[in-house]
Design a protein around this ligand. Sequence first.
Ligand code: SAH
Ligand code: SF4
Ligand code: F3S
Length: 473
Amino acid sequence: MTATGPIEPVDAGTAVVRPPLRRLHVKTWGCQMNVYDSERMTELLAPLGYAPIDAPENADMVLLNTCHIRERATEKVFSDLGRLRDMKTARAAEGLPTIIAVAGCVAQAEGAEIAARAPWVDMVVGPQSYHRLPEMVARAHRAAGLQINTDFPAETKFDLMPQARGAQGAVAFLTVQEGCDKFCSFCVVPYTRGAEVSRPVSAVVAEAERLVAVGAREIALLGQNVNAYHGQGPDGAVWGLARLLARLAEVPGLARLRYMTSHPRDMDDALIAAHRDLPALMPFLHLPVQSGSDRVLRAMNRGHTADDFRRIVDKVKAARPDIALSSDFIVGHPGESEADFRATMKLVDETGFAIAYSFTYSERPGTPAAAQPGQVPPAERAARLQELQALLRRQQDAFNASCVGRVCDVLVTGTARYPGQIAARSPWLQPVHLSGPASLIGQMVRVRVMGAEPNSLAAEIMGNSQTGEQQAA
Ligand code: SAH
Ligand code: SF4
Ligand code: F3S
């Protein structure tokens, strides 16, 4: 049997000439959607002879898949580009060409800026144009100068991108929805990812089946507004996320499912009921609320109140009592007063989060919030963040401690740091370490949780579970 590595050319049925081996280094920032896109782009470049390597040194092509969400994320890209210029110059002195490509949300938002600040970049490609990468790379081989491709084409990129086919781990990402029509005051995503698009159900199911065939046991459905999913069903009707999840739960070999990121406005009763009715749906919900103040939520254009969020949380907890709640918060949005911040602290205190991500507001050029009055001084933003994070930390510790003694099914994802130890993920998404053989990787294993640490759990194996159901003690 011949090895079918990542450089295997697409076999069109006739003899294929193997292109020369080229080394590709991909660096990914930002959300899981970028992780998913980086995997697809790597697969897309394989037929051109590009095989992935871990470090940028000696790479024939470096692809930066970037994030524009906060100022710091963007600045990191430019500092990496500075280092890459030196590498490109050193390689050129040895007669070796290097292609430098910038993809992702910085590419989309700042294509012209990249061209001006980093003229050694060979191509800039926005998230809706990744299927054009091979053509752009082929042209770069012919040294055609800087290429920019950041259109929002009419055809969806999903129809044109390769499907997942390489070896996967036990957890796989699957993008089902992309883009955002909500235009929160502070956010660049509607500008960088374009309008909301949902993939058809049949395409999602086919991809899920393929992912399971190459080893996935857990699939995380991705979308900037994943719970706004409205894909065309095989029956011609429009399916919501709840119906899609129910269909995916039937995929043989798939043990569990989750989805992110959701918006409170789209958290409908059918989806909440899915948390009660679908054993494969993990008891984990990431539902960003951003603020606990109605005044700030209005300034943010979120389209919901703090009480709307409380009502959703109550319903979700009633449907799935052991649900782990997660959220995102921004402190220091323009106009946020001390009283507004107190309202956020109160909401957090009442809700109880298993984990949460919190940020100081970062001004993004071109977004409505950047022009709003009442910008909060940076020192005030930082102080509020510190206070919020201390509370969230206590809640995370309390949640982890509450898991001790529970019996549950975990998914073994790999080996751990110490010999004889394996790493797993709990139904509530905490990393779990336990003693066990590496042969369990990719399997659901029933464990008892024995201890809690700040960011993980320790557990003991009770016996293999073939059911794939999570069970809370
Ligand atoms: N679609 C998701 C958010 C994607 S961005 C949603 O609607 O919730 C991930 C998180 O980054 C957001 O939830 C928000 O908390 C944070 N974020 C976005 N823009 C930001 C900004 N300008 N400054 C600080 N944090 C921001
Ligand atoms: Fe950004 Fe708001 Fe859309 Fe989320 S819902 S991606 S925060 S604009
Ligand atoms: Fe960042 Fe773009 Fe994702 S801005 S968070 S990479 S959608």
